[in-house]
Design a protein. Structure first.
Length: 119
Protein backbone atom coordinates (compact mmCIF):
# COMPACT_ATOMS: atom_id res chain seq x y z
CA UNK A 1 0.00 0.00 0.00
CA UNK A 2 2.89 2.39 0.67
CA UNK A 3 3.81 1.88 -2.96
CA UNK A 4 0.43 3.30 -3.98
CA UNK A 5 0.96 6.28 -1.69
CA UNK A 6 4.48 7.00 -2.92
CA UNK A 7 3.53 6.41 -6.54
CA UNK A 8 0.91 9.12 -6.16
CA UNK A 9 3.47 11.60 -4.88
CA UNK A 10 6.37 10.71 -7.13
CA UNK A 11 4.53 9.88 -10.32
CA UNK A 12 5.49 6.21 -9.96
CA UNK A 13 9.19 6.74 -10.69
CA UNK A 14 10.37 7.06 -7.09
CA UNK A 15 11.58 10.58 -7.86
CA UNK A 16 9.52 13.63 -6.84
CA UNK A 17 7.65 15.13 -9.75
CA UNK A 18 9.02 18.47 -10.88
CA UNK A 19 6.77 21.35 -11.74
CA UNK A 20 7.71 22.95 -14.98
CA UNK A 21 7.38 26.63 -15.69
CA UNK A 22 4.91 27.15 -18.55
CA UNK A 23 7.19 29.91 -19.81
CA UNK A 24 9.94 27.31 -20.30
CA UNK A 25 8.61 26.52 -23.75
CA UNK A 26 6.25 23.65 -23.00
CA UNK A 27 3.75 22.92 -25.69
CA UNK A 28 0.01 22.90 -25.09
CA UNK A 29 0.04 19.09 -25.31
CA UNK A 30 2.79 18.88 -22.68
CA UNK A 31 0.88 21.23 -20.38
CA UNK A 32 -2.30 19.18 -20.80
CA UNK A 33 -0.34 16.04 -19.95
CA UNK A 34 1.08 17.70 -16.86
CA UNK A 35 -2.37 18.86 -15.74
CA UNK A 36 -3.72 15.32 -16.22
CA UNK A 37 -0.85 13.93 -14.13
CA UNK A 38 -1.48 16.49 -11.38
CA UNK A 39 -5.19 15.65 -11.30
CA UNK A 40 -4.31 11.97 -10.98
CA UNK A 41 -1.98 12.74 -8.07
CA UNK A 42 -4.71 14.74 -6.33
CA UNK A 43 -7.16 11.85 -6.73
CA UNK A 44 -4.64 9.39 -5.26
CA UNK A 45 -3.87 11.72 -2.35
CA UNK A 46 -7.59 12.23 -1.67
CA UNK A 47 -8.08 8.45 -1.59
CA UNK A 48 -5.18 7.97 0.82
CA UNK A 49 -6.31 10.85 3.04
CA UNK A 50 -9.81 9.37 3.25
CA UNK A 51 -8.39 5.94 4.10
CA UNK A 52 -6.14 7.42 6.79
CA UNK A 53 -9.01 9.42 8.28
CA UNK A 54 -11.30 6.39 8.40
CA UNK A 55 -8.60 4.30 10.10
CA UNK A 56 -7.95 7.00 12.68
CA UNK A 57 -11.64 7.69 13.25
CA UNK A 58 -12.41 4.02 13.82
CA UNK A 59 -9.36 3.10 15.90
CA UNK A 60 -9.26 6.24 18.05
CA UNK A 61 -13.02 6.77 18.24
CA UNK A 62 -12.82 10.26 16.75
CA UNK A 63 -15.65 12.14 15.07
CA UNK A 64 -15.91 14.11 11.88
CA UNK A 65 -16.25 17.20 14.10
CA UNK A 66 -12.84 16.38 15.62
CA UNK A 67 -11.35 16.42 12.13
CA UNK A 68 -13.13 19.64 11.15
CA UNK A 69 -11.99 21.37 14.36
CA UNK A 70 -8.38 20.31 13.83
CA UNK A 71 -8.47 21.45 10.20
CA UNK A 72 -9.79 24.84 11.32
CA UNK A 73 -7.09 25.13 14.01
CA UNK A 74 -4.35 24.34 11.49
CA UNK A 75 -5.87 26.72 8.94
CA UNK A 76 -5.86 29.57 11.48
CA UNK A 77 -2.26 29.10 12.62
CA UNK A 78 -1.14 31.73 10.14
CA UNK A 79 -3.95 34.06 11.23
CA UNK A 80 -5.94 33.72 7.99
CA UNK A 81 -9.01 31.51 7.57
CA UNK A 82 -8.39 30.66 3.92
CA UNK A 83 -8.63 26.86 3.85
CA UNK A 84 -4.92 26.26 3.37
CA UNK A 85 -1.66 26.05 5.26
CA UNK A 86 0.83 28.84 4.92
CA UNK A 87 4.56 28.52 4.60
CA UNK A 88 4.92 31.85 6.35
CA UNK A 89 7.89 32.09 8.66
CA UNK A 90 6.94 33.48 12.07
CA UNK A 91 9.21 34.65 14.86
CA UNK A 92 8.77 32.99 18.26
CA UNK A 93 7.93 35.62 20.90
CA UNK A 94 9.97 33.74 23.54
CA UNK A 95 13.26 32.77 21.88
CA UNK A 96 13.10 34.95 18.76
CA UNK A 97 13.86 32.09 16.37
CA UNK A 98 11.88 31.59 13.21
CA UNK A 99 9.37 28.75 12.93
CA UNK A 100 7.01 27.71 10.18
CA UNK A 101 3.37 28.60 10.77
CA UNK A 102 2.40 24.97 10.14
CA UNK A 103 3.55 24.13 13.67
CA UNK A 104 1.59 24.88 16.83
CA UNK A 105 4.70 25.28 18.94
CA UNK A 106 8.24 26.57 18.52
CA UNK A 107 10.58 23.88 17.23
CA UNK A 108 13.44 25.36 19.26
CA UNK A 109 12.17 26.31 22.73
CA UNK A 110 8.86 24.42 22.76
CA UNK A 111 6.65 27.45 23.45
CA UNK A 112 3.08 26.67 22.47
CA UNK A 113 1.85 29.44 20.24
CA UNK A 114 -1.34 31.31 20.94
CA UNK A 115 -4.22 29.65 19.18
CA UNK A 116 -5.64 30.11 16.63
CA UNK A 117 -2.72 32.16 15.33
CA UNK A 118 0.87 32.71 16.39
CA UNK A 119 1.43 36.26 15.24
Amino acid sequence: MIGLWMAGITGGSGQPMRRQDPAAGLSTAELRHEVRDLREQICKMALMNQALWELLRNRLQLTDDDLANMAQEIDLRDGVADGKMSDTALRCPQCGRVSNSRHWKCLYCGLEFEKPAMG
